[in-house]
Design a protein around this ligand. Sequence first.
Ligand SMILES: NC(=O)c1ccc[n+]([C@@H]2O[C@H](COP(=O)([O-])OP(=O)(O)OC[C@H]3O[C@@H](n4cnc5c(N)ncnc54)[C@H](OP(=O)(O)O)[C@@H]3O)[C@@H](O)[C@H]2O)c1
Length: 315
Amino acid sequence: MRAIAVSEFGATPALMNLPVPEPGPGEVLVKMVAAGLNPVDWKISDGMLKDAVDHAFPLIMGMDGAGVVEATGRGETSFRPGDQVYGQFFMAPRGLGSFAEYAIAAPGAAVAAMPAGMIYSQAAAVPTATMTALNMVEKAGVDEGHTVLVVGATGGVGQSAVQLAADRGAKVIATARGDMAEEMRRLGADEIVDHGRDADVNEQVLRAHSDGLDEIIDLVSDQPAVERLAGLLRPGGTYISSIWSVNPDKMAAQQLRGLNFDNEASPALLAEIASLIDASRLRVMVHDEVSMEDAPAAIARGRAGGSHGKTVIRL
Ligand SMILES: NC(=O)c1ccc[n+]([C@@H]2O[C@H](COP(=O)([O-])OP(=O)(O)OC[C@H]3O[C@@H](n4cnc5c(N)ncnc54)[C@H](OP(=O)(O)O)[C@@H]3O)[C@@H](O)[C@H]2O)c1
């Protein structure tokens, strides 16, 4: 089968021909139709988890995907051949990810029935980013009447965080460069702050919200930027970072709640997301769809920054 893989940590991703995996007991073999790109894909192939788990090479990249169940291993009863599924497929110890014509869902993996009204390329863009957004909005305590700033709102996690916070009745301020402002408003943002070169997010927010924000959901800022932005929170406010830039003790000394976030994925969370999508309370912007031949270049573009919404590989 064709797959996008790396031959060692840090190697350039390449299109390779590799054996179709066999589903073991309790596993599900999925004929993949589309795979979604996330920053974690290249972080893992660079070696982010190398001290935590074994990896098999060539390592097929890719966490997220959507496809059709082809076969099930002994003892697997939740899925049947022909079921349309979406979720997370990456298995480091076996070198198996979603950027391939076939992938394996391990027992207990975050894989669930696809949202009914979605096509594969949209469903593949959902799992990691939207589960992260849902968990972050929940952990931050975003609620009706709150004012929340989403930093990094135009990316995969951010677009879902904006919608989910607005769905809870919060007033949402989203960072976006000029050309993305309207898209963010369509997703439910009440206010837009420009984060482009020469723009100061702090100043723009402070001008309209000198009384302080309730929550900041931050997907991009380093520690110095976080410490500056934290000054926008009211006493008792919450700062949550997806890239571990928060110093909780420093925040506590300023009467703030500081959280560094680690995602917990599950089939139940994917089922909850599928029902939000089916109820038209959540959607996903797919900004780019590429072939397998063009996938290595798309991964390089994602790594360089400047991604808007999600990029999907057609398999
Ligand atoms: N801890 C966890 O469990 C977990 C889970 C999921 C994701 N993550 C991490 O969270 C981060 C975001 O993930 P993602 O999938 O949303 O990434 P993404 O799709 O690449 O999006 C990043 C977005 O941030 C914007 N951005 C960059 N610099 C900015 C700045 N200074 N101010 C405001 N916006 C800025 C970018 O837009 P412009 O290019 O226009 O600036 C882009 O739209 C990644 O580092 C990812 O690895 C962590």
